[in-house]
Write a protein that binds this ligand. Sequence first.
Ligand code: NAP
Length: 355
Amino acid sequence: MGVGSLDVAIVGATGAVGREALSILESSELPVSRVKLFASQFSRGTELSFRGEVVRVEVVAPGCFRGVDVAIGTTSAEVARSWVPQAVGEGAVVVDNSSAFRMEEDVPLVVPEINRDAVAAFRRRGIIANPNCSTIQLVVALHPIHVAAGVSRIVVSTYQSTSGSGQQGMDTLSREVLELYRTGSGAGTPAPLPEEEESPYPHQIAFNALPHIGDFLPDGFTTEEWKMVDESRKILCAPDLRVCVTCVRVPWFACHGLSVAIETERPISVDEARRVLANAPGVVLEDEPENQVYPMPFMHAGSDPVYVGRLRADPTVPNGLVVWIVADNLRKGAALNAVQIVEALAPYLSTPTSA
Ligand SMILES: NC(=O)c1ccc[n+]([C@@H]2O[C@H](COP(=O)([O-])OP(=O)(O)OC[C@H]3O[C@@H](n4cnc5c(N)ncnc54)[C@H](OP(=O)(O)O)[C@@H]3O)[C@@H](O)[C@H]2O)c1
């Protein structure tokens, strides 16, 4: 019996997460025998490369997932709802980055550093969901503290880069910055948006910060903020965890930052929290404020770990810690986590090839 091999599809392969997933898959040790790439009709025929071979982008059509072992989904939730059932029906297991299935009871929501074994539940629906980008970096850093001292409440403020809105978000930031420099209008003057160009934002993002990600709900929070609440509780198996989130879009390209105030059931000193985080999988502790060392988005674009720094005790509550967390939203926040899920899934899926 030879080494098992996998046929992998990426649906949404031309997008910000899809391109990153293809690149991470390429450098992974997964025994990929074939990749199929899908996107919208506008990208049909686009040539991308995988391990030295040119792969042409296709559009989803009946039968296109036959023979595919695992399909990595990097489309919007609305688009995912249209192709995921078809892919499962044609025999593929789907690892989906969108929010379409994350909170469904029979769909595991997986961050391998925390609940790797949950991938086995793919058998229930044929779908594994990848969490929201900010949720992933939050729980990777929070889980070790939760295990050590029991996290009871968190207050989170996010600083989310424009790549979190996909390619269109980054294109909008570039266009606005160039336009403001070209016209010399600078900060304080709204950037004129050419009518034919679409921005994913309701206001200028260049030199600005928008306390608005997702749609506003009747309670004043946004859909993005509620995703972080619900998904953190599901991944940490902590339905009573109290979570209060404010999500903010900021004008840089890559990496999200999170300021997190944590309350724990049992006391944990800053030194103990540092020790726990320094030994946690997927976490890099960067915490030497006396040497100006702390995680910065500028430094960590393109990196895999979740970086944690600025650890300090919160003097306003009995058991309180405050931390600052940075990770690349396109990598650990999306594509890398999805490929790690495929790695955890591979032993269940690999078809033996003849020696
Ligand atoms: N960006 C992040 O940091 C991040 C993090 C975690 C999760 N996510 C989630 O991941 C998903 C992708 O995000 P993104 O940022 O990569 O978005 P994106 O850059 O806008 O990419 C979207 C992709 O979907 C494709 N697509 C559109 N309609 C399609 C259709 N009918 N059939 C097949 N493919 C279609 C697009 O193809 P064309 O190029 O042909 O239009 C493109 O490849 C979203 O659900 C997002 O919420 C994103």
